[in-house]
Design a protein around this ligand. Structure first.
Ligand SMILES: Nc1ncnc2c1ncn2[C@@H]1O[C@H](COP(=O)(O)OP(=O)(O)OP(=O)(O)O)[C@@H](O)[C@H]1O
Length: 397
């Protein structure tokens, strides 16, 4: 696939601060790349260097194969064919919608129906005569996107364009903007610190940390095969556990978990995703023996709403490796692969589509499970068993 944008070793310092520390990134033409990272990691600086608002210190940027920034080269912003959609306030208040979109377009393009075309792409056909103040915030952002697309730029840079909108509107708008870019065969870069937005909207996600792109891959690959434990915890919820690899399985406090891919042996950090973790009500009689709860509803959970045999998933432990010592060789005492091990419910957070259940294992390790059947709260203090489905990823400890 043709490359619309290429960055090689791009560095940008502000005094002692290395805002970009040698960024490598490739954006294929006609795709949307989300640049995702925590505050201060360099996302905006990256965008500003690509747009030409900042000069790079070292490294090289190419657009459609042409060097636009590099040693001795700095093409001014207006000659880069790069359009920017800012967070908000992009429109000229004294110009109509059509006036805003047509601003800067050559006359032939203006007359060729391009304004109506891009308005239709963003779902605002027939709104050309409106003034910006007559539009909602979401509609104004749609016009800003239409204006960016109008001159058919080589690149559209979207700088957290949905951040000022409420959650429902944001989801709708990002879907519509994604479709508009796709329909126009535009190449886009979406800067965001919202993991869900990046995963659901982009063709590839570039994860930034400390001025570097630490991983760039398709959303599913970033989620399932994160480059390191930090990426694992930043892109979604993660249970990170110390473990020892032996005979192809990681022996964790949750029992032996098979590994994705081959791994030698030794101490590792293991990633288990929320949807792999399942909890089952633990009838009082089986509390001591950690066998799976197979009872019927009549056995009931002793203290609340986990249906026996019900499934659950998730584990979020704020990026830190959960407790327990590798030297303990957890899970090597004849336990079944992936558990089950006993746990106690510490907290239940209802999120509508699911719920997060904080759990404490017998050794004090805390993990979080996500219950998809979230209707009935799981009472604090409920005894459950936990087991892990599927395989885990591991990194040398
Ligand atoms: N003009 C500037 N002068 C000095 N330091 C700057 C300047 N712009 C950015 N920085 C610093 O460079 C680093 C990267 O900033 P940048 O704005 O690119 O991060 P970001 O990922 O976009 O953050 P946020 O999500 O908070 O917008 C930060 O440490 C920031 O303080």
């Amino acid at each position: 696939m043709k490359e619309a944008l290429t960055l090689r070793g791009v560095a940008k310092n502000y005094g002692p601060v290395a805002a970009l520390a040698g960024v490598d990134l490739t954006v294929p033409a006609g795709t949307l790349t989300a640049v995702l990272g925590p505050s201060g990691c360099g996302k905006t600086t990256l965008l500003r260097c690509v747009a030409g608002f900042e000069r790079v210190d070292t490294g090289e940027i190419r657009i459609d194969g042409t060097v636009i920034a590099g040693p001795g080269a700095h093409l001014p912003p207006q000659r880069r064919r790069v359009a920017v959609v800012p967070q908000e306030g992009a429109l000229f208040p004294h110009l109509s919608v059509a006036g805003n979109i047509g601003y800067g377009l050559d006359r032939a393009t203006r007359r060729g129906g391009r304004i109506e075309e891009v308005l239709a792409l963003v779902g605002l056909a027939g709104h050309g005569d409106r003034m910006p103040h007559q539009l909602s915030g979401g509609q104004q952002q749609r016009v800003a996107v239409a204006r960016a697309l109008a001159p058919r730029p080589s690149l559209v840079l979207l700088d957290e364009p949905f951040s000022a909108l409420d959650a429902g509107l944001r989801a709708e708008l990002r879907h519509d903007v994604r479709e508009a870019l796709r329909a126009d065969r535009a190449t886009g870069i979406l800067v965001t610190h919202d993991q869900g937005e990046a995963l659901s909207t982009a063709d590839q996600v570039a994860v930034m940390r400390g001025g570097l792109v630490v991983q760039c891959a398709a959303p599913a690959a970033v989620y399932r095969e994160p480059a390191d434990p930090w990426v694992a915890a930043f892109v979604g919820d993660a249970v990170l556990l110390p473990a020892v690899v032996e005979s192809g399985a990681a022996h964790t406090v949750l029992g032996p978990v098979p590994l994705a891919g081959t791994f030698g042996s030794g101490a590792v950090t293991v990633l288990v995703r929320p949807e792999q973790v399942r909890i089952t009500a633990r009838p009082a009689a089986s509390v001591r023996d950690s066998s799976p709860a197979t009872g019927t509803a009549a056995d009931g959970p002793p203290a609340g709403g986990v249906a026996a045999g019900g499934s659950v998933a998730d584990g979020a432990v704020d990026g830190s490796v959960a407790g327990g010592s590798v030297g303990d060789r957890p899970g090597t005492n004849g336990s079944v692969p992936g558990g089950p091990v006993p746990a106690t419910v510490l907290r239940h957070e209802f999120h509508g589509h699911d719920a997060l259940v904080a759990l404490r294992l017998a050794d004090g390790t805390r993990i979080t499970a996500r219950i998809l059947d979230a209707g009935t709260p799981v009472a604090v203090g409920t005894d459950v068993t936990v087991h892990v489905d599927g395989t885990a990823r591991a990194w040398p400890a």
